[in-house]
Design a protein around this ligand. Structure first.
Ligand SMILES: C[S@@+](CC[C@H](N)C(=O)[O-])C[C@H]1O[C@@H](n2cnc3c(N)ncnc32)[C@H](O)[C@@H]1O
Length: 335
């Protein structure tokens, strides 16, 4: 019997959907229960139950089995240990992974469940939930650090920046890393969210007066001394349509002549040239999720950023796709 190729592809998609959902729930629950830490040392199921006497044995057994099937654990006779993938989960936990998975489990499902009502206008788009605003989004944003940091570090060295403004600095990690590497550099981190500012301020004492975190809306911020560089990392999508041009013009006003703007953003609509990592799928899905919320239009397209920079009067626009095109940096100069 000839199988309809459409049905075969659908079957493949459905199986990989279940595999991916399983992976998500497994990693998420492992973070919540601190199972990844507990499995750093080899453990038997009985050993785990002895450490966690109130846990349900049947569910724990399913969790462990699923983690083996998903290549997160290795089972050797009756002991479980982390595979290299499992070790990476633990290593990237605080580099955005835990926050990102929490965001997916707690908020993406609820959001997309409402899609028929949102698309037909039966329900209004909700505001972004507080936990997302105060905590998860800026922490999850750290997941792109491994791709972004090498580009930013090289650029800073080449351009010899001395004064940097980081708009929507989130946890402030880029500024802290830059200031640690470049002793001449001073920076201001601007962040609208007070809870996020508190985290950005952690550990800045060692930079003395070289680093300042300001808790303010960018549109209320004016500085006496102009900057060599203004970073707008993973922040432009917080602004809708015409506000984006207003923002870029405002940032231009904060730069010295010859100063640079650096816009880092995931993009809508691009296609990846790397088949092993179709990065345009998650980027467009993130855009979709954002667009389901009040005050958000989703991610910009590459052409939109180019147009904004040109209209604001920036010159020498350079587009730098990051590794696997997971995101893009746009650099441009104020004449
Ligand atoms: C996705 S996070 C990015 C954090 C960091 N730049 C990074 O790339 O890891 C965006 C941050 O921009 C902040 N933000 C949004 N609108 C802002 C505004 N009008 N002024 C200053 N900060 C803003 C948010 O509170 C959030 O912490």
């Amino acid at each position: 019997m000839n199988m309809d190729p459409g049905i075969l592809r659908l079957l493949g998609k459905t199986v990989s959907l279940m595999e991916n959902m399983g992976f998500l729930w497994l990693v998420f629950s492992g973070f919540e229960l601190r199972l990844w830490e507990q499995l750093q040392e080899e453990k038997t199921m009985d050993g785990l139950l002895a450490d966690n006497p109130k846990w349900d044995a049947v569910l724990l057994e399913h969790w462990l089995n699923q983690a083996v099937f998903q290549d997160l654990l290795i089972l050797d006779r009756d002991t479980y240990r982390l595979s290299s993938l499992g070790k990476s989960v633990l290593r990237y936990q605080d580099l955005g992974l835990e926050a990102m998975y929490k965001e997916f489990v707690l908020y993406w499902g609820t959001c997309f469940r409402q899609l028929p009502d949102l698309m037909t206008g039966r329900e209004e788009c909700p505001s972004l939930e507080n936990e997302l605003k105060d905590n998860l989004i800026s922490r999850a944003s750290r997941s792109s650090e491994v791709f972004v940091w090498p580009v930013l570090q090289k650029k800073c060295a080449r351009e010899n920046w001395r004064r940097i403004l980081d708009v929507g600095c989130g946890e402030g990690t880029y500024l802290k890393k830059l200031l640690a590497v470049f002793p001449e550099l001073t920076g201001v981190g601007l962040e609208i969210n007070p809870a996020t500012c508190v985290r950005a301020e952690q550990g800045i004492e060692k930079f003395h007066d070289r680093l300042r975190i300001v808790c303010q809306d960018i549109f209320d911020f004016n500085n006496e001394e102009a900057f060599d560089c203004c970073l707008l990392n993973n922040n432009i999508y917080y602004f809708t349509g015409s506000k984006r041009l207003e923002l870029i013009r405002h940032l231009k006003g904060l730069l010295k002549p010859g100063g640079q703007i650096a816009i880092l953003t995931a993009l809508r609509g691009i296609t990846s040239s790397v088949p092993i990592l179709p990065a345009h799928i998650p980027q467009n899905l993130m855009s979709f999720f954002l667009a389901c919320h009040q005050g958000f239009d989703g991610l910009p397209a590459e052409q939109e950023i180019m147009k904004l920079l040109q209209e604001a009067g920036f010159k020498k626009i350079e587009v730098r796709p990051l590794l696997f095109k997971v995101s893009h940096y746009f650099f441009a100069i104020k004449p």
